[in-house]
Write a protein that binds this ligand. Structure first.
Ligand SMILES: [Fe+2]
Ligand SMILES: [Fe+2]
Length: 263
């Protein structure tokens, strides 16, 4: 347990008990009691994590009245008060191998910074939600990137299911393994694809799917710091930090800071 985080998380009552203890040994006992109460707290399970089991609010069982971790989940590294995109990469998305390897490939293939940034960010929506991850991702970054990048990321959700032989994009073998050989996409994705196909930014989105690595190379390690400059030029870091800038998407970033808050 992170000692500073633990001490910050102690209630005023626990702190008073520790401070009021007369001897070093009594202080140690009081601290130990407080620590065991802290470890005994419940970790909330978001409702979206329930499938096929009966939902129980916060993940607690009936009659269990222990307090929940709230803003202080010891399983997660603490975020700074004004988090940057780089902080999220290091403290929440790490190792982020998929997006880092995709962005590296886009760089090697000589693409411009719009494409490299789109590849770097294209799947960070998965940190929040699997279903419709392209749309979640586009929404959470839209205030901070060019509209072209946000659009391309949104549409990669549909485009990755549709081959484009003219640029060498084939239906991913990985999807045959994941969804079965006769998988059909939902009609909304087909409509999205048809619309995107004739859009001026089609190739930006298509290049995400081309540089999207469907199988990762475990031997390639990409340092996120290699993208510091590209991030700086293509992602507007908001004043106050991601999650605290009052934007319409701030809650999405806060949810990634404290994903297990019970409320
Ligand atoms: Fe994706
Ligand atoms: Fe991807």
């Amino acid at each position: 347990m992170d000692r500073r985080k633990f001490l910050n998380s102690l209630s005023a009552a626990s702190l008073a008990t520790v401070a009021g203890a007369a001897t070093i040994s009594e202080k140690a006992d009081a601290l130990e009691d407080a620590m065991s109460a802290e470890l005994d707290k419940r970790r909330a399970k978001p409702k979206a994590c329930y499938t096929g089991e009966e939902y129980s609010f916060g993940g607690g069982s009936e009659g269990d009245n222990r307090p929940f971790f709230q803003h202080s989940d010891p399983a997660l590294p603490e975020m700074p008060n004004e988090p940057t995109l780089m902080d999220f990469f290091k403290l929440r998305f790490a190792p982020a191998s998929h997006v880092l390897q995709s962005a590296r490939l886009a760089k090697i293939n000589g693409h411009n910074e719009t494409i490299v940034t789109a590849c770097l960010l294209h799947d960070i929506g998965l940190e929040l939600m699997n279903a419709d991850h392209g749309y979640w991702c586009a929404q959470m970054i839209r205030p901070y990137v060019s509209e072209e990048i946000a659009w391309a990321i949104e549409k990669h959700q549909a485009l990755r299911f549709f081959p484009d032989e003219s640029v060498g994009y084939e239906y991913p073998q990985a999807y045959i393994r994941m969804f079965g050989a006769d998988y059909q996409v939902e009609p909304y994705l087909e409509q999205e694809y048809k619309k995107a196909r004739n859009h001026k930014w089609y190739m930006t989105s298509r290049l995400i799917t081309i540089n999207d690595l469907y199988s990762f190379d475990p031997d390639i390690e990409v340092d996120v710091e290699d993208f510091t400059d590209i991030m700086g030029r293509n992602f507007k870091q908001p004043k106050g930090g991601l999650g605290f800038d009052g934007s319409p998407v701030a809650h999405m970033w806060r949810t990634m800071i404290w994903p297990n808050n019970v409320l």
